[in-house]
Ligand binder design. Structure first.
Ligand SMILES: [Zn+2]
Length: 273
């Protein structure tokens, strides 16, 4: 079952596309359209709904926040419709030429993420007729991820930097210390309104992101302390009474897990040594 919701906040048009597979959790993404700029392209699984909805907009440029398949699944199709430049960070442009393979479950949930060779690297700002968005690199969740900051309107488009104030699973490729640093970096900016790709939380964004920072810092400190005492990842997991969310772990084919969060901290601590 698929659904589409649209609303406006200030000059921003927000589009929520969601779906639910039988027996699975509801998943969704948000795309944002402001003054000719489209942020992200959504997953290929929702291609028909996205193209039908976005078709009527006058998109003159697109920014892709990172290479994950729920953000980059419709690059070619949107470029064919709008014939406009598609920007991304230099590292995202490189990754999209030969994106990492995606698992069967990622394919089932979000759909294919084919390579794309026509991204234009941008690492400073995106200008529209009325606004100027600073591109802020925020690696951690993905090495190539960036957020867009509009200082006059005090908007922050955070891609997947927030998602929720507690996080119970990571991909194997996610970095914990980097993610903490990226959140600290954007909290130093002067913004009031947060637009997250999965959970916009527009008006309480700052409090929510601060809560997430506290949560990740405590998680890091707890794991690092036991690691320094010589415990293994498994021993740390059990000592801290962590539990896997098996619905998430199984439905992601093992790609998403809490153990990945523990291992991310251990990797960061190992680099310090
Ligand atoms: Zn992502």
């Amino acid at each position: 079952m698929k659904s589409i919701q649209k609303y406006k906040f200030d000059e921003i048009e927000v589009f929520q596309f969601s779906f639910k597979l039988p027996g699975a959790i509801k998943l969704g993404v948000h795309l944002f359209y402001i003054d000719g700029l489209l942020i992200d392209t959504g997953p290929s699984r929702l291609r028909k709904e996205i193209l039908q909805t976005i078709n009527s907009l006058s998109v003159r440029q697109i920014f892709v926040t990172h290479h994950h398949e729920d953000h980059s699944g419709n690059l070619k199709q949107l470029q064919l419709i709008f014939k406009c430049p598609i920007y991304a960070t230099p590292s995202c442009c490189l990754m999209m030429k030969k994106p990492p393979p995606i698992s069967l479950s990622q394919k089932i949930y979000w759909g294919e993420r084919p390579p794309f060779f026509d991204l234009t690297p941008k690492d400073n700002k995106i200008e529209t007729d009325n606004f100027c968005f600073e591109i802020i690199p925020t690696p951690g969740h993905a090495v190539d991820m960036a957020v867009l900051y509009e200082p006059t309107k005090r908007w922050l488009f955070v891609a997947d930097l927030y998602v929720s104030y507690t996080i119970n699973y990571f991909l194997e490729s996610e970095g914990m210390a980097q993610q903490i640093d990226s959140i600290k970096k954007v909290l130093e900016l002067d913004w009031d309104f947060m637009f997250c790709s999965h959970n916009p939380n527009i008006k309480c964004g700052r409090n929510e992101l601060e809560s997430k920072l506290k949560f990740l810092e405590k998680f890091y400190a707890d794991v690092a302390e036991l690691y320094q005492q010589g415990l293994t990842a498994r021993q740390i997991f059990s000592k801290l009474n962590f539990k896997e969310d098996w619905a998430v772990k199984l439905s992601s084919g093992g790609n998403l897990s809490k153990m990945n969060m523990v291992k991310a901290v251990i990797r960061d601590e190992g680099r310090k040594a």
